[in-house]
Design a protein around this ligand. Sequence first.
Ligand SMILES: C[S@@+](CC[C@H](N)C(=O)[O-])C[C@H]1O[C@@H](n2cnc3c(N)ncnc32)[C@H](O)[C@@H]1O
Length: 259
Amino acid sequence: MTIHATGFAEQHARLMDEIYRGQRHFYDVTRRYFLLGRKDLIEGLAPPFGGSVLEVGCGTAWNLIAAAKHHPDAQFHGLDISRMMLTTAAHKVAAAGFGPRIQLAEADATSFKPEDLFGRPTFDRIFISYALSMIPGWRDAIDRAACALSAHGELHIVDFGRGEGLPPLFQTTLHAWLARFSVEPRRDLEPAIARIAARLDLEPTFNQLYRGYATLAVLRPRASSLRRPDAQPTRFISDRLSAGEPAAHVARPPQRARA
Ligand SMILES: C[S@@+](CC[C@H](N)C(=O)[O-])C[C@H]1O[C@@H](n2cnc3c(N)ncnc32)[C@H](O)[C@@H]1O
C-alpha cells in the first residue's frame, strides 16, 4: 500500500484512525441504520461487462463486497486514508472470498494517483459513499474522482442530503451528533457537484432520498461529448495547473470523446 500524503493529509489520516480504531469492529452493524441510500447507489452502478469500479473512502469494504456480489462481472478497487479501516476491510474481503476481485490501497482522496495505486489511469465507475462529509478537501476529492473516469465513466455519490422533508429538530440533533465524529454534512454539495460537472462536461443528476436524509448524485458523460472525435488522455486538473498550464486549458471536454 502507498500513501501520497502531505503533512495535513497525515494529520487527517491519524484523526480517521483514532475515530475508527474501536468503531471499525462494529461499524457495519451500526451504520446500516443511518448511512441510507448505499444500496440504491450500489444497485445503480451497473458497470459494463468486465468493467472497473473504484470506491473512494471505502472504509470497511461493506459497499465493495455488496457491489461485488451485485455486479459479478466487474473488478473492484477501494482506497481509504485510514490504515485501521483498511486492515478491517482486508480481513472482510478475504473472509468473503473476494480477494481476487477487490483490491485495496491506502491513499488520500484529494490527491490519489490511480495508476500508482492500481496500475490503471481510469475506471468505468467511481463511487463515494458517506466519505465527502468527512473529507476536509471534499471538492478536490470530487474533482479528482471525476478526472479518473474513463470516457464512458460515471461518478456516483451518496451522502447526507438537504433534509428538507425532515423535522428541523431531527436535523439539528443529527448534525450535532455527527460532529462528534468529525462528520459534517455538506450543505452546498449539489451546487459544488454541478459546478465540477459543468467544467468537465459531465451531466449531473440529483435525487433526494428518504425525505432528503440522503442525496444521491450521478455524473455521466453528456451524449454529445461521447460522439466527439478529438480524444485526449486524462490528466488531473491539479497536475495540469501545477505544471503551469493556464486555467483556461484545464477543462477536459475533448477527453470525454474516447470510445
Ligand atoms: C463514514 S466512512 C464511509 C465508509 C464507506 N464508504 C461506507 O459507506 O460505509 C468515511 C470513510 O472515509 C475515509 N476518509 C476520510 N477522509 C479521507 C480522505 N481524505 N481520503 C480517503 N479516505 C478518507 C475514512 O477513513 C472512512 O473510512
